[in-house]
Design a protein around this ligand. Sequence first.
Ligand SMILES: Nc1nc2c(ncn2[C@@H]2O[C@H](COP(=O)(O)OP(=O)(O)OP(=O)(O)O)[C@@H](O)[C@H]2O)c(=O)[nH]1
Length: 290
Amino acid sequence: MATIQWFPGHMAKALRQIREQMSLVDIVFELVDARIPYSSQNPEVARAAGDKPRLLILTKTDLADPQVTKEWIDYFSEHNQPVLALDSRKQNVSRIVTRKAQTILKEKLAQEESKGFKKRAIRAMCVGVPNVGKSTLLNHLVKKNVAATGNRPGVTTGQQWLRSSAELELLDTPGVLWPKFATQRQGLMLALTGAIKDSLYPKDDVALFALHYLRNQRLDELKKRYRLSEQDVAEDVSDADLLLTITAKMGFRDDYDRASERLIFDLRKGKFGTVSLESPADLAMEQTNE
Ligand SMILES: Nc1nc2c(ncn2[C@@H]2O[C@H](COP(=O)(O)OP(=O)(O)OP(=O)(O)O)[C@@H](O)[C@H]2O)c(=O)[nH]1
C-alpha cells in the first residue's frame, strides 16, 4: 500500500503554534469526528495540553450511529475525559459548550474569585483535524453580531482570538494532523471521513476499506444503493472483485478509481445511513491483540 503523505509543512508549523500558545488558554476544545472519535484525537495536542483540561467535542453526530455515539460518551466519561456530542449546525451549541467549560473549570475560576480577581471570560483553544467542522461550530459560538477581536499581542498570524460572549473567548487554530498514525487503519479512517486531502491518498485503498466496513455493517444499504445481487456479495467474493462489480454497475466500465471516488463520496454523504467506523468494543479488541 502506498504511503499517505498527510503531514505537509504548514501543519508542522500549526502544531508548533498550538504548543507555543497553550499557556494562554484555560482549556482546549478538541473537535473530533463522531464517526471516529478515538482515532481523530490528535496525540500531539494531548501532549501539548499536558495537565490543561481538554474537552472532546464530537461533531457530525448526524452522520454517526447514535447508539455507538452513546457508547463513546460512556467510554470517555468512564475514563474521566470530559466530552460533548453536538450537532454543530444547531443554534444552542454556544450555551451547551460554555456551561460545560464552566463546570470543568469551576474550581479554578472560584479560586481566582476568592483571591479577588475580577470575573473573566474562559479562554479556550479550538483544535481539530481538517474538515472536522471547526468553522461551522465556531460560527455558532461566535455570534454573527460580534466581530472578531483580531490578533492580540503574542498571538501569531493564522491564529486569532475570537470573542464568543462575556463568558468565553476562543482561539482558533488551523486543522492539523500529526506526523505518524498509530495504525494503517487509523490513516484509512481519517482519509475516508475527509480529514486528509483526497489527492493525498490512494483512493482504491480507502474505497476497499469502506467497502469492507459496508459489507459487514450496512449490507442491505450497500446492495440497494448499487443494485447488487446476493451472488455479487457472496462470501467468497473478495472486496476487490466486489469493487469491480460496483464499478461496472455504476457504468464506469473498469475505471476503478472513479468508482472508488463515488463510493467514498456516497459514504460521506450518508447514503448508506449513519456510519460509525470504530466503537469502544473495537478498541478493546485492538488493545487485547496488541
Ligand atoms: N453532516 C454534517 N456536516 C457538517 C457538520 N459540521 C460541519 N459539516 C460539514 O463539514 C465540512 C467541513 O466543515 P468546516 O466547518 O469547514 O470544517 P473545518 O474543521 O473548519 O475545516 P478546516 O478548515 O479544514 O479545518 C463542511 O462541508 C460542513 O458543512 C455536521 O455537524 N454535520
